[in-house]
Design a protein around this ligand. Structure first.
Ligand code: CMC
Length: 429
């Protein structure tokens, strides 16, 4: 809170004073929460100018390309930390000491297996069900398996649910992949690191162990770090909104997964690959760039642009490095699809339309390429985003539940029919 106030005058009536709130960093925020009782709503479709909550977790400065988790720059976490340590940071507010780190890793490993009935649940899906459809269903169904951690007012229950979600989501994701592929499910191997274990469950089979390349495991771990949290984006806001009604954490995360699926959000990494395949050849890039610029054509260049980052996406800078490393380690630099992606990136970075609108490649552009290079099917791309983002969702949910909150209930500007009398069916035209 500051002593500064904003004043709103409507049609010359007495001014309404609105407090101005100050955060640790970032824009000052005009507190309009008293306006409702004074007869006004504000109008902000897409919430471009609305802070819906206070949060201590993540800070983004879109103009400067800054992303901090609990104060730590994403570049430092991506270079020096690992995913589970970042999870601890997001959940607990500080980096763990050596003992806390070991204990947390052990706890997560202890929870990696899922109830046998979850296997049967997944087996019930059609063989070609989209893995995101399965994820929404199975994560929502977790609330029917873990009754012992559903009391949202109990701190121990909230903690166990958070640990279960972080530990079991990779297992469920890999099982969805196996179901989609028609292969047997692989059980977790708790001697492996989080990302190694994920690769083992994704690509191993009961007859052959998957040989994990350290560079590949590192790239996956980094990918999880870069997706761990991103402030009040569409899926996180969905988790908070669902949670504000008192719903249990598993159902809230399932709601977040549903919101993530769309191509304007987490579905963009899948959409990038679909688009690259559609472009097909470097010679066709100009045609697709023209389509992206054409206001009468709904086509957009997937993996370009961001609602918040209008300078560059700091996650994309790190992911770009990882992307180049992975392509080199796997000897794929000259693969036609990846050469096409590189050429598209170059052209878009130089084109006036994209430069003037600050449409830079975002994190999904490079993550899509990395995942494709790792041999992960495109249908799984958004699932992998969801695996990394689970800790952000549950941290934000937990923050909301442990602070005073009200059910989220936006209002509207009604533009429909005015009051009219019911007309019997035989009198209607
Ligand atoms: N290709 C072509 N033109 C674009 C694109 C694009 N990818 N993105 C924005 N524009 C144009 C848009 O047509 C508009 O032009 P004009 O000013 O002439 O009308 C201008 O740029 C501003 O666009 P906007 O729609 O107001 O921007 P927004 O903030 O509402 O949308 C976005 C952000 C990410 C939804 C959008 O850039 C987009 O659809 N990008 C492609 C999908 C994508 O890669 N999404 C992943 C986002 S990063 C992952 C995450 O955090 O979820």
């Amino acid at each position: 809170m500051t002593n500064r106030k904003a004043t709103l005058t409507v049609d010359g009536e007495s001014p309404i004073e609105l407090p101005i709130l100050k955060g640790t960093r970032g824009q000052d925020v005009i507190d309009i929460s008293s306006l409702g009782s004074q007869g006004y709503f504000t109008y902000d479709p897409g919430f471009s100018a609305t802070a819906a909550c206070q949060s201590d977790i993540t800070y983004i400065d879109g103009a400067k390309g800054v992303l901090l988790h609990r104060g730590y720059p994403i570049e430092q976490l991506a270079e020096k930390s690992d995913y589970l340590e970042t999870c601890y940071l997001l959940l607990e507010g500080q980096l763990p000491n050596a003992q806390q780190k070991t204990e947390f890793e052990t706890t997560i490993k202890y929870h990696t297996m899922v109830n046998r009935s979850i296997e049967q649940f997944i087996s019930g899906f059609r063989h070609d069900a989209h893995p995101m459809a399965m994820m929404c269903g199975v994560v929502g169904a977790m609330s029917s398996f873990y009754h012992d951690s559903l009391d949202i007012t109990n701190q121990q229950h909230r903690t166990i649910s958070a640990h279960r979600l972080i530990a079991k989501i990779p297992t469920i994701a890999a099982m969805c992949h196996k179901h989609f592929n028609g292969q047997p499910y692989m059980y977790p191997d708790n001697s492996l690191s989080y990302s190694e274990n994920f690769l083992h469950m994704m690509f191993g089979t009961p007859c052959e162990r998957y040989k994990i390349k350290p560079a590949v495991a590192k790239a996956v771990d980094r990918l999880f770090i870069l997706h761990a949290d991103h402030e009040q984006n569409a899926s996180t806001s969905t988790v908070r909104l669902a949670g504000s009604s008192g719903a249990n954490p598993f159902s809230c995360i399932a709601a977040g997964i549903a919101a993530l699926w769309g191509p304007a959000h987490g579905g963009a990494n899948e959409a990038v690959l679909v688009m690259l395949n559609e472009i097909g050849h470097e010679d066709n890039i100009a045609e697709y760039i023209a389509k992206a610029k054409d206001k009468n054509d709904p086509f957009r260049l997937m993996g370009f642009g961001h609602r918040v980052y209008k300078n560059y996406d700091p996650r994309a800078t790190v992911m770009r490095e990882s992307c180049n490393e992975v392509l080199e380690v796997l000897g794929l630099e000259n693969d036609p699809l990846f050469r096409l992606a590189k050429k598209l990136e170059k052209i878009a970075l130089e084109d006036e339309y994209f430069v003037s609108r600050k449409l830079y490649p975002n994190v999904d552009f490079y993550s899509g390429i990395i995942l494709k290079a790792l041999g992960i099917p495109v249908e799984m791309f958004t699932v992998i985003f969801a695996v990394g983002r689970t800790v952000g969702w549950i941290s934000q949910w937990n923050e909301m539940i442990t602070n005073p909150y009200r059910i989220g209930r936006p209002r509207q500007l009604y533009t429909g029919a005015d009051t009219r009398d019911y007309v019997p069916v035989d009198k209607r035209q």
